[in-house]
Structures are given as structure tokens and as C-alpha cells.
Ligand binder design. Structure first.
Ligand SMILES: O=c1ccn([C@@H]2O[C@H](COP(=O)(O)OP(=O)(O)O[C@H]3O[C@H](CO)[C@@H](O)[C@H](O)[C@H]3O)[C@@H](O)[C@H]2O)c(=O)[nH]1
Ligand SMILES: [Mn+2]
Length: 755
């Protein structure tokens, strides 16, 4: 049974929370206190007991230090104990979010009834950084779907920040502006979805001969033409003179202009206030602005955070909307009604004024059936992020997030001054030229000097996950945030399609997160007394990813190592101490399976997820740990490796067939070496099992081999790539494999010699 909070509507009968004019604009339901939650808590207690017993066993049975052998045993024992302490504490951190799941439901119709046309304007920010790995056609698709929200166009302002400072991206935007004049009326007239033209035409072919089909074919032709023009310009590497003469903006790209060094560019491509820019139906269009902030090698540019902060300022000059939507260039809005829905959270009379932002989960449209790189994050979305939202502390994830401008700009929440969301009408009088001129200054490098930008104001600098840390600071200023995960996906993006891309992305994320944990923003210190303990712990689920890497490495290596040497670090199956180990392991596997199934996973997909956790912890998180340590010691600086959004057709095929491509990076070397260690250990164990003498118990040996066997099973694709020269995802070079095996042997021999 579900309990609804006091913030509930009286009428549940109608689909949109009742037809009356009064009442709340959204309802929140929580699952806490229900029978399931009690059962969950009891279960958690049993796991906790098992963890404590394991620690107890480790502490009371530390091997005595005598001789070389004893010393090694003692060290390994301590290492495993350390790993179990880390695992145990991490497990504790992961529990609170599993008890605080809430679901929100906005009442859009009620909002429209109550406010009619009196809704605030919205500024939408799209960020792009590199025309090669983020093709302009993809970028303008996102821009176009943002422009075609079913929201009054004169209240929509779309800004594109181009950190690549690319003439081609600008050209693509000019083309998109022209295409929007047909696309937006088409969307409005036939109420089409989704409104990203690329995604729409991928599934709508325009069959039949009614008016709709005819118009669709016509629009599709316009779109294809636009695409080929953009692609041709990129192919030729130059915008043709007759095109560049057409728009004054192109004059910015003179001979001195380079990606790393250029003055700021602000071009109002469509002036939504004017009467010149109208669509084919004669209706107004959304304002469309291109911005490439100034770049100068002597100034740090702070990656995406810097771009968004420049956009906040530039937009404040041009439209100054009270609500801001952040989008990555590959995340297109999929539901045209989203704006009205989120306004329910901001404009609710009772709780709206405390809401700083509404975050949607990230979805991707290129996930394969069994998601072999585990990119989809569905368990995280459905369970963990929803749980954090339950503590009023939704994570800000950088994209698909609507912000209140005031809270993003550093305002401290106060119960007493409720800020109304009002469209700023004071800017109406200025001319386009005046606006551009004034806005340009705000996008200059030196503008932020001596200001609080990047500290208290705007997105926080100095962290690879600027989004997470910014969200945390907003919450610590007293604001609430909403995690909203509607059935109909609100935003859809592109997930990495190669193993190395995926691991590099996780490396950036985990590095940024761990850096937060080690900084003054550590939720337990910075958030103390400001956000709930459950939320502090919830943040740490992600911030502590790199630390789990250490524990996992111990578990991947030590038991295998012991198996190779014929010793064991675990109690015998006949001993009572064996029970807590077995229970903790099985209970956690079982629980994670149940969770995955509840999120619609198949067994295969869950298994793939486990493999990716293993691989990430062996590589990305380990690197993140080392990098963060280096950074803390001042040896290296923050960087941002942009994830590619295009792949060549070979890679695409491999990806679609769900074959892992291991490539040849250092990451691969680590993965292969560890996999070989596990395989050798398992083989040794198996040989011993056959040649067993009476003094050894087969049961004990088998139990010891289980962990190793599971690791080997997870690593099956690694062996395929290592030993099958015809492996479809590209075999791992023989030299790498030999090096890995040699490394394992040298390591073992060295240990034997040392003892
Ligand atoms: O110097 C930069 C670097 C990146 N970006 C943009 O930032 C966005 C995210 O970059 P991407 O390479 O796609 O990274 P992801 O790992 O997919 O992004 C996730 O993680 C980032 C933090 O690491 C967040 O900023 C993103 O919003 C979030 O979607 C893209 O639109 C980029 O164009 C810039 O504008 N300037
Ligand atoms: Mn991305």
C-alpha cells in the first residue's frame, strides 16, 4: 500500500488531479512505511549483521606473524579485511536511498487553467564543443527540438554555446533557423512527436496520400536538403562566399580566428521579438542565439562550466528568463509538453518557491538489447536517483535539468522572500545590435576576474563533474530539488559506443566525483546540517566509486593468488564463520538481481552490468583514484575528454552486434592481466581438484574456486578476444596477451623468492 504525503490532491478520480481550479499543482507519493519497506529494512539488518560478523572473523583470526610465509599471510589477510571494511561501509552508504523512493506527478492542465497565458519565459542552453566529434547536424537537431516545444514561441529562447568556435556550427545554426520556419508549424499543426527531425524521420516515412503525408514528404525533403548542404560545407572545409555574404555573422571568422584563440561571438540568429522573423504560418519564432565565448590560451576556460556561466550572463542580457534548461548537444527533448510539466513544480503555491531545479534522468536511444557496455544506468535512474530525490536532494546531472535562474546564480533560499517567476519585459526596447554588443562583453575571458563566478555564482569551477558539485552547493544554500522520472522520456541522448569511450567517460566522472569527496565540498562536511544525512550518504554512492576500485582489486587478485599458492583466506565451508561470507555474497547478488528485474532488466543484461562494474573498477576508477591523488599533490590539472557522438560504420556494426571491442589501450592491458591471473588460478585449482590427496577436502577447494570461477565467467569475452584470432570485435594483440601472462608469472615467482 502506498502512503501519500500531506502534499496530495483531494481528488484522484480525474486524470489530471481534478478539474477544480484550486489545490496543488503536483503530488508526491512515497513508498516509505509500507510493508515492502519494512521487509526491506529487516533484510538490510540481516546483511548488516553478516558484514559485522565478517569483520569480527577477520579481527579475531589475524594470522600470527612468524617467518616469511606467515608475514605474507598476515599482509594478505589485512588487505582482504581492508577490502571488506570498504565494501561494508560502501554498502551502508548505498542503503538510505533504497528506502526513500518518491514519485511525483504534475498536474499540467491545472497549471494552464490557473495561469492561462501568464507563464514565464524559458531560456534553453545547448552546449557543444567540437564539430568533429559532435557533428553540427546532431547539434541542430537538438536545437530544433528545443525550439519546437509546444510552448508560446515568444517565451522560448534557445542559446547555443559553441566551445569549438566553429564556423560550420554557426552555418548549421543559420540553416536550422531557416528550416525551423517550416518545421515548427508542421509540428504544431499535426502535433508530431518527437520533435527532433532526425529522430522523427527515422520512424515516420510519410506513407499514404493524405494532406499529412504530403506535407511530411515536403518537410523531409527540406530537411534532407539542409543536411546535405551542411555536410557539403563541412566536407569542403569552407563556407562558400555567397553563403557567408548572406549573414553578417560570418565576418567574425577572420584569418586570426582559431578554436583556442578568438574574441567572443554573439549572434542573434532569430530575434523572437521582431516581426521579420516569422514562420510559414506567420507566427512568431523562438529567439535563437549563437555564442562562442572568448578563448585565450592565457585564461582557463573551465570547460562546460565556463560555457554555461557565459550563457547565463549572455542570456540575462538578451532574454533574462527566470527558468533555464540545460542540454548537452546530443540530448534532444522528446516530449513537447515538458515545459508545462516542470512549471507545476516551480509554480505550485505551497512548495514551488523552494524548488531550485527539476532534473530528468538521462536516456539514450542507441542502447543495444542487452546493453553490453551498461550505459543505460536504469537501476541508478529508477532506484538511486529517485531515492535521493526523496530526500529533496536530486542530483544535478548537467543535462535535462530546469533551473531557477536565481538559485543557479547563487541566491540563498529564504522562506520570507518568495520569488515569482516573471518574464522580464524591460529588455524589449533594445535593438539587436545593442543587445549583441552588450552581451559580447559578458562572454569575454576577463569578465569573471575578481567576481564570484565559478565559486558562489553559476556553475562551480575546478571539477570534472561541475554539475554534481553545483547541485550540491545549491542544496546547501537551502533550496530543494526535484527528480522527475516520467514514463514518457523527456530527453534522449547518445551513449558511448566503444569500450574505451565508455571507460574514459567513467574515468572523468569518477575522478570528478572522488575529487569532490576529497575537497571541502565533501557532503559529510559541507552538507552537514544543510542536507539530510540520507542525502549526504546518497551523494557518496557516486563520490566513492574510485575507493571501491581498491576493494575490488583486492578481491580480484588475492583469492586467485592464494589459490595458485594452495592457501586460502576464507573460512572452511564446514566452519560456522563461512555462513556470513556466503550470506553477504548471495544476499547482495540476489538483491541486485531483484532490483534489476524490477527495472525491466533481463538476466543477460544484469550479467553485462556486473561485468562492466568489474571492468570499470579495474580500470576507470583505479585511474581516477591515482589521478585524484596526483591532483591533490598538485601534479596534474583538471581536464575534460569529450565523449564522441559519432562512430565509423565498422565500430557501429560491432556495437550493434553487442560485441565488446577491447582495443589496445592501457585499460585493456590491465583487464587482460587480471583475467589471466583468474584463469590461471582456476586452472591450478581444477588440476589440484583432480590430483587431490586425502588430507585436502574437495569441498574446501571447490568453495575456494567459486569466486575465481565467477570472475572467469565474467571475463569470458576477454579470453575470446585474447585467444580467438578471429574475434569479431578485434582480437587483443598477441604481444599484449603474452605480456599479461608473463607479468603474472614474474609476479608469482618474485613473491616465492621473497619469502
Ligand atoms: O569544454 C567543454 C567540454 C564539454 N562541453 C559540452 O559538455 C557536454 C557534455 O560533454 P560530453 O562529452 O557529452 O560528456 P558526458 O559524459 O556525456 O556528459 C555528462 O557528464 C558531464 C560532466 O562530466 C556533464 O557536464 C554532462 O552534462 C553530462 O551529460 C557536451 O554537450 C559538450 O559539448 C562544453 O561545452 N565545453
Ligand atoms: Mn554526452
Amino acid at each position: 500500500m502506498k502512503k501519500t504525503t500531506e502534499h496530495d490532491v483531494r481528488s484522484h478520480s480525474s486524470a489530471d488531479g481534478g478539474a477544480d481550479g484550486g489545490g496543488k499543482l503536483f503530488e508526491t507519493r512515497e513508498a516509505r512505511g509500507s510493508g515492502v519497506a519494512v521487509a526491506k529494512q529487516l533484510f538490510m539488518l540481516t546483511v548488516l549483521a553478516a558484514i559485522l560478523l565478517i569483520w569480527c572473523h577477520r579481527v579475531t583470526n589475524i594470522p600470527a606473524a612468524g617467518g616469511g610465509e606467515g608475514r605474507v599471510r598476515r599482509w594478505l589477510w589485512m588487505a582482504l579485511f581492508g577490502a571488506e571494511v570498504l565494501f561494508g561501509l560502501y554498502w551502508v552508504v548505498c542503503q538510505p536511498v533504497r528506502l526513500s523512493h518518491v514519485r511525483h506527478r504534475p498536474f499540467k492542465n491545472k497549471l494552464l487553467q490557473r495561469y492561462g497565458d501568464d507563464l514565464p519565459s524559458i531560456d534553453i542552453f545547448v552546449c557543444t564543443a567540437d564539430p568533429e566529434i559532435e557533428p553540427p547536424v546532431l547539434v541542430v537537431n537538438t536545437v530544433l527540438s528545443a525550439m519546437s516545444y509546444s510552448y508560446p514561441p515568444d517565451k522560448l529562447n534557445v542559446y547555443l554555446s559553441d566551445d569549438g568556435g566553429s564556423e560550420f556550427t554557426f552555418y548549421a545554426l543559420i540553416e536550422a533557423a531557416r528550416f525551423s520556419k517550416s518545421w515548427i508549424p508542421f509540428c504544431r499543426k499535426f502535433n508530431v512527436e518527437p520533435r527532433s527531425p532526425e529522430a522523427f524521420f527515422a520512424v515516420n516515412l510519410g506513407l499514404g496520400d493524405d494532406q499529412y503525408a504530403q506535407q511530411l514528404l515536403h518537410i523531409k525533403e527540406l530537411f534532407d536538403d539542409m543536411k546535405s548542404r551542411i555536410e557539403a560545407v563541412i566536407e569542403n572545409g569552407k563556407v562558400p562566399d555567397e553563403v557567408s555574404a548572406f549573414h553578417k555573422g560570418f565576418s567574425e571568422w577572420n584569418s586570426e580566428f582559431s578554436k583556442q584563440n578568438h574574441p567572443s561571438v554573439v549572434q542573434i540568429v532569430i530575434d523572437g521579438r521582431g516581426i521579420d522573423d516569422v514562420d510559414t504560418d506567420g507566427c512568431r519564432l523562438p529567439t535563437l542565439v549563437y555564442m562562442a565565448r572568448e578563448k585565450n590560451p592565457e585564461w582557463p576556460h573551465h570547460f562546460k562550466a565556463g560555457a554555461v556561466n557565459a550563457l547565463i550572463r549572455v542570456s540575462s542580457e538578451i532574454s533574462n528568463s527566470p527558468i533555464i534548461l540545460n542540454l548537452d548537444c546530443d540530448m534532444y527533448p522528446n516530449n513537447p509538453d515538458t515545459v508545462q510539466e516542470i512549471l507545476c513544480f516551480f509554480m505550485d503555491e505551497e512548495r514551488g518557491y523552494e524548488t531550485a531545479y527539476v532534473q530528468f534522468p538521462q536516456h539514450y536511444d542507441n542502447i543495444t538489447k542487452n546493453d553490453h557496455y551498461a550505459n543505460s544506468n536504469d537501476v541508478i535512474n529508477e532506484i538511486e536517483l529517485a531515492g535521493l530525490g526523496g530526500y529533496g536532494a536530486a542530483l544535478f546531472c548537467g543535462t535535462g535539468c530546469f533551473h531557477r535562474r536565481e538559485s543557479l546564480c547563487g541566491r540563498i533560499f529564504s522562506k520570507d522572500d518568495k520569488i515569482e517567476l516573471k518574464t522580464d519585459n524591460t529588455i524589449r526596447e533594445k535593438s539587436v545590435n545593442e543587445l549583441e554588443k552588450a552581451a559580447k562583453v559578458l562572454a569575454d575571458c576577463c569578465y569573471e576576474k575578481g567576481t564570484s563566478w565559478g565559486k558562489e555564482v553559476g556553475l562551480v569551477y575546478g571539477c570534472a563533474v561541475e554539475d554534481i558539485v553545483t547541485g550540491l552547493t545549491i542544496q546547501c544554500r537551502g533550496w530543494k530539488s526535484v527528480y522527475y522520472n516520467p514514463k514518457k522520456k523527456a530527453f534522449i541522448g547518445v551513449a558511448p559506443t566503444t569500450l574505451s569511450q565508455s571507460l574514459i567517460q567513467h574515468r572523468r566522472w569518477s575522478e570528478g566525483m572522488f575529487q569532490i569527496f576529497c575537497s571541502r565540498y565533501c557532503p559529510f562536511i559541507y552538507g552537514r546540517g544543510k542536507i539530510k544525512l540520507g542525502a549526504q550518504m546518497g551523494y557518496c554512492i557516486y563520490l566513492l566509486w574510485p575507493l571501491c576500485s581498491l576493494a575490488t582489486l583486492c578481491y580480484v587478485t588475492i583469492p586467485s593468488f592464494c589459490l595458485l599458492r594452495g592457501t586460502s583466506m576464507f573460512p572452511q565451508p564446514s566452519s560456522l564463520w563461512f555462513l556470513p561470507y556466503a550470506y553477504a555474497f548471495l544476499a547482495n547478488c540476489g538483491y541486485s538481481l531483484v532490483e534489476a528485474f524490477s527495472c525491466g532488466y533481463t538476466l543477460q543484461r544484469w550479467w553485462n552490468l556486473q561485468r562492466m562494474w568489474l571492468i570499470r573498477r579495474e580500470t576507470s576508477y583505479l585511474y581516477a583514484l591515482l589521478d585524484t591523488t596526483m591532483k591533490q599533490l598538485g601534479f596534474s590539472e583538471t581536464s575534460f575528454a569529450i565523449t564522441a557522438k559519432v562512430v565509423d560504420s565498422n565500430d557501429r556494426k560491432t556495437y550493434e552486434k553487442e560485441i565488446i571491442d577491447f582495443g589496445q589501450s592501457t585499460f585493456t592491458s590491465i583487464i587482460v592481466t587480471l583475467a589471466m591471473l583468474n584463469l590461471l588460478a582456476l586452472a591450478t585449482g581444477a588440476i589440484r581438484l583432480v590430483t587431490l590427496d586425502k588430507s585436502e577436502s574437495p569441498m574446501k577447494l571447490t568453495a575456494q574456486m567459486i569466486l575465481c570461477g565467477l570472475l572467469v565467467m565474467l571475463n569470458v569475452p576477454v579470453y575470446q578476444a585474447a585467444f580467438n584470432r578471429h574475434y569479431k570485435g578485434g582480437p587483443i594483440p598477441t604481444s599484449n596477451v603474452i605480456r599479461a601472462i608473463a607479468f603474472v608469472f614474474v609476479f608469482l615467482v618474485a613473491i616465492e623468492l621473497l619469502i
